[in-house]
Design a protein around this ligand. Structure first.
Ligand code: NAD
Length: 328
């Protein structure tokens, strides 16, 4: 058995090597992402594991199909970049990794919350300006005395709830499909928006969820609310957020998933920063924490991505079925 990994990142490489040594299965690592021009390098291999954020075309699968490969892609998120009909026509089966460490994302959301609720941005700004005394005047709030509203109580939302409850916070949940067998205190969305001191988003970026947090939603929120989005950029109307940050209604915002990240994401490697005045203004605000879609990024998550992707691939190759086969 021989596997080839395309689009191998330096952070994944040690886990791929470790897997290969542990299983005794030969695994070639290629840093270039899989495409029609380099798929020939997979000749003689039984399966491909590759990263997910680049396009996978029907033409690629047609070429790939000649080698009778099965493909396991990682990590999770939408599969819009994969021509599934093309894969099917070429007899290539695809799997993905739908979850690799919900706790990693939940912990990041809580990290952002902690940073904001203790005004660390303002404190650091004063210290950078050599104003030690000024830095002492930002009174924080105890998370344990806050009401935290978690919107979306799937894998990540539930992990976040567990952590917030550990602080002693009162946690409210909203989800059109409430989790079974939990003691989450479910309320309707308006109640959550009205009663929460901290609002934490963990819902998918479905078109129907676009701008679920808009100007009207901000109007319903408490003064001095803190809002954290590590889910998808389209959930928050960023202009409305900016207006509410400027007015002081929103005391702090943690944004790991920025509304306009996708159209700029691929260009980012070329020009190195967003060309976006909204991003630039928020970057200047000490009560905003921005990060480049890295909430998932821990050693555990990267190891799991590699391991789960390879487990899917081995499922195809050894048992004819992968736990996370994608069929549409
Ligand atoms: P999940 O499918 O386990 O849970 C999502 C939950 O959201 C479901 O229970 C669903 O019923 C609920 N939901 C859908 N629409 C809703 C709405 N309008 N209001 C309230 N709830 C709604 O998904 P998950 O694994 O917990 O992932 C949650 C989000 O995290 C996804 O958007 C995912 O893309 C994002 N994510 C971000 C990162 C990152 O690094 N920032 C990494 C992985 C996942």
């Amino acid at each position: 058995m021989k596997i080839v990994s395309f689009g191998t990142r330096p952070d994944e490489a040690p886990y791929l090597t470790e897997w290969s040594e542990r299983t005794g299965i030969e695994l070639k690592q290629i840093t270039a992402t899989l495409n029609e021009d380099n798929v020939d390098q997979a000749a003689g291999y039984d399966g491909i594991t590759c990263m997910q954020t680049v396009p996978y075309s029907a033409a690629l699968f047609q070429k790939n199909g000649r080698f009778r490969h099965q493909v396991s892609v990682h990590p999770q998120c939408c599969l819009d970049n994969i021509d599934m009909a093309g894969a099917k026509a070429a007899g290539v089966r695809i799997s993905n990794v739908p979850a690799y460490s919900p706790e990693a994302i939940a912990e990041f959301a809580v990290t952002m919350t902690m940073h904001l609720i203790r005004n660390m941005g303002q404190v650091e700004q004063h210290l950078r300006e050599n104003d030690y005394n000024g830095a002492m005047h930002y009174i924080g709030r105890n998370v344990g005395d806050c009401t935290v509203g978690v919107i979306g109580t799937g894998r990540i939302g539930r992990a976040a709830i567990q952590i917030f409850e550990g602080f002693g916070a009162k946690v409210l949940g909203y989800d059109p499909y409430p989790a079974k067998n939990t003691d989450i205190d479910y309320v309707d969305l308006d109640t959550l928006l009205r009663e929460s001191d901290i609002i934490d988003l963990h819902v998918p970026g479905l078109p129907s969820n676009t701008h679920m947090i808009d100007a009207a939603a901000f109007d319903k929120m408490k003064d001095r609310v803190i809002i954290v989005n590590t889910a998808r950029g389209n959930l928050i109307d960023t202009q409305a957020l900016l207006d509410n940050l400027r007015s002081g209604k929103v005391a702090g915002a943690g944004i790991d998933t920025f509304e306009y990240e996708e159209q700029d994401l691929l260009n980012l490697e070329q020009h190195g920063s967003f060309n976006d005045p909204v991003w630039d203004e928020m970057m200047q605000m000490p009560n905003v924490v921005l990060s480049p879609h890295i909430a998932y990024y821990t050693e555990t998550a990267v190891r799991n991505m590699v391991e789960f992707s390879l487990a899917n691939l081995m499922g195809f190759l050894e048992k004819g079925a992968a736990e996370n086969e994608v069929t549409k």
